[in-house]
Design a protein around this ligand. Structure first.
Ligand code: SF4
Length: 346
């Protein structure tokens, strides 16, 4: 299935009951704090639809960066109305948004059932109550479980079930590897259709930035975050839950040193996770043989060459050093599965 073509409409921190400790959406979304007017939605759609390629999947208007179901009802209705008009015109297929677990309530589900909403992403962040409390989320993991139960039962305007997404963060205040993995398993039990995994970074202007500066909070180092997110990715994919993003979307605002004060931000974070997965696969094969070879040939699917190499050929350097290999060649082979590699000894 081709990925949906997303028209992002950013509503930074709109509808939020307060600011969660780690959050400052303005630099993350690159949008300013003013509420977007419903009239502007068609203009945003016009702009993005110019870039739509023929083979892209369904088109969705996506409200991100805030707490959609926490918006004032009149304003939420005006955004849903404006987006629905684009669906009626056949320019867009459906609406999606992200929202807090504690906004998945009967009244809100009743409102959205009147509109062509297809996908709802829940900001879960953690399934550990102590971590949620230290991160000043203002809800519990029991509320998240309840939200998923309600959402799974609910139906959209066409009497179809919603696609559900879960957003998970690693490295929040009070968090550690075992709590993260436990959160991941709890989320998997709730069976979202897809997940996004975000390492916690210290964004200027957030409460976390204050705690970082005073020494109360230390972010997770990049390497550790990559390895932990790899483990989480493997847990979800083993349970056939799609991971649609790992790491924050790179943007010029985030690239400025003044925005991300510390923490495991890297514009190629997801790529680093995949590279580590491919390194593990190659090592597993090499460890099985227990025979030394000066030259090896690693075959991967054409789409996986750069993942096998790693950033700046990191995987090649590691394999050469660890296994005392002189030459490593990576060649593309469309016959190899996209997630696999094969090693031969020429
Ligand atoms: S994490 Fe979500 S709910 Fe919390 S302040 Fe940010 S946008 Fe609002």
């Amino acid at each position: 299935m081709p990925k949906p073509f997303i028209i992002p409409v950013f509503i930074p921190n709109a509808g939020c009951p307060h600011h969660c400790a780690f959050c400052n959406q303005r630099p993350i979304t690159g949008a300013d704090d003013r509420l977007i007017s419903p009239e502007k939605i068609e203009l945003i759609a016009d702009h993005f639809l110019d870039f739509k390629k023929e083979n892209r999947g369904t088109v969705q208007i996506a409200f991100y960066g805030g707490n959609f179901l926490g918006l004032k009802t009149d304003y939420m209705l005006s955004l849903l109305d404006a987006s629905s008009k684009l669906v009626k015109k056949g320019r867009v297929d459906s609406i999606r948004f992200s929202t807090r677990p504690d906004t998945i309530v009967k009244e809100n589900l009743e409102i959205i059932s009147r509109f062509p909403v297809s996908t709802i992403e829940i900001g879960v962040q953690s399934m550990d109550n102590e971590v949620l409390q230290k991160s000043e989320r203002g809800h519990t993991c029991q509320e998240t479980e309840h939200a998923f139960v309600m959402l799974k039962k609910a139906k959209d305007a066409n009497n179809t079930k919603y696609q559900t997404g879960a957003q998970l963060m690693v490295g929040l205040p009070g968090d550690d590897e075992s709590k993260c993995l436990a959160s991941c398993r709890s989320i998997a039990k709730m069976q979202p259709d897809f997940v996004r995994i975000y390492p916690t970074v210290v964004i200027d202007g957030s409460l976390l930035a204050k705690w970082y500066k005073s020494g109360e909070y230390s972010p997770m180092p990049l390497e550790k975050a990559v390895t932990l997110v790899k483990k989480i990715y493997l847990i979800f994919t083993k349970r056939k839950i799609k991971v649609i993003r790992m790491g924050l979307q790179a943007s010029s605002d985030l690239e400025k040193g003044s925005t991300v004060l510390a923490g495991p931000y890297h514009p190629a974070f997801g790529h680093m996770v995949f590279s580590e997965i491919f390194l593990d696969k190659a090592e597993k094969i090499l460890n099985m043989g227990n025979i030394h070879h000066d030259d090896i040939l690693i075959k991967v699917h054409p789409a996986s060459i750069s993942k096998m190499r790693g950033l700046k050929n990191k995987n090649i350097v590691i394999l050469k050093e660890k296994y005392k290999i002189k030459n490593i060649r990576i060649v593309s082979d469309p016959g190899i599965g996209i997630d696999d590699c094969a090693i031969t000894f020429p």
